[in-house]
Design a protein around this ligand. Structure first.
Ligand code: CA
Length: 244
């Protein structure tokens, strides 16, 4: 009897996980259309890629912390909050939830983060890849920052797949949307899974009002990361985030 229940649970687990990510609306938010290079996670093809993904260890912990960025400059803040909460790093008090402690996009900014950049600056311009790493470190995480220009597609694929197979660490990507035929500028979001046969990564896009989670070809994502960020004068790239 118990094994039957377990078998049924395993059978339906991917659907349960997908429901966590897509929410009650079944993924039918009024998001922008996707170009043919991207696969919507909520499509039958996207769902199948998740079911048959060989590297989805990070999907559940990230999907249970999946948030929408609270303004159009906070992609890095929202992505960081997801990862800090998923890592279980000691969180500050959230006044709106007192006495409970959790990272939110409001309590993310502290005296320590002020040494990296200011809340005003992030509201206007977002953050660079290096600042993303420094902000995560200021909260006690251990980030490894990789600019695409100093790495390679093979190196990115190898490091990231290894991470997506491991618990208690996560991957954030910083890329140029228009390279993926999305609107328009630099963006940051977590990666949640990799599908080997199609060579695609799953991006949990934190601008959920605009785009659904998408499966993107590794090479396309690489090209989108290997772009110049005018705010830093350096290429975009990715961050591997570990516990302290
Ligand atoms: Ca991981």
């Amino acid at each position: 009897m118990a094994s039957t229940i377990v078998a049924k649970f395993n059978r339906y687990l991917p659907g349960i996980l997908l429901g966590l990510v897509l929410g009650g609306a079944g993924g039918r938010a009024q998001t922008l259309p996707l170009a043919e290079n991207l696969i919507n996670l909520a499509s039958s093809q996207g769902e199948e890629l998740l079911y048959s993904s060989q590297a989805r260890r990070d999907f559940l912990p990230l999907s249970t912390q999946f948030v929408t960025q609270i303004n159009q400059a906070y992609c890095g803040v929202a992505s960081s909050v997801m990862v800090l909460n998923a890592l279980g790093i000691k969180a500050p008090l959230a006044p709106e939830y007192a006495p409970y402690h959790v990272f939110t996009q409001d309590n993310f900014f502290t005296a320590n983060t002020q040494r990296v950049t200011t809340i005003e600056r992030v509201r206007q311009r977002g953050m660079t890849l290096a600042q993303l790493g420094q902000l995560l470190a200021s909260h006690g995480a251990t980030p490894q920052v990789y600019h695409a220009a100093d790495s390679s597609l093979g190196d990115f694929r190898r490091k990231t797949i290894a991470n997506l197979n491991q618990p208690h660490n996560f991957v954030l990507v910083n890329y140029l949307r228009r390279t993926l035929k999305q609107e328009w500028g630099g963006h940051i979001s977590p990666l949640a899974a990799y599908h080997q046969q199609s060579d695609r990564f799953l991006i949990l896009d934190v601008s959920r009002y605009k785009y659904p989670p998408v499966w993107v070809k590794a090479e396309d994502l690489w090209q989108a990361m290997n772009t110049l960020d005018p705010d830093s004068g350096l290429s975009r790239g990715f961050v591997l985030v570990n516990r302290p």
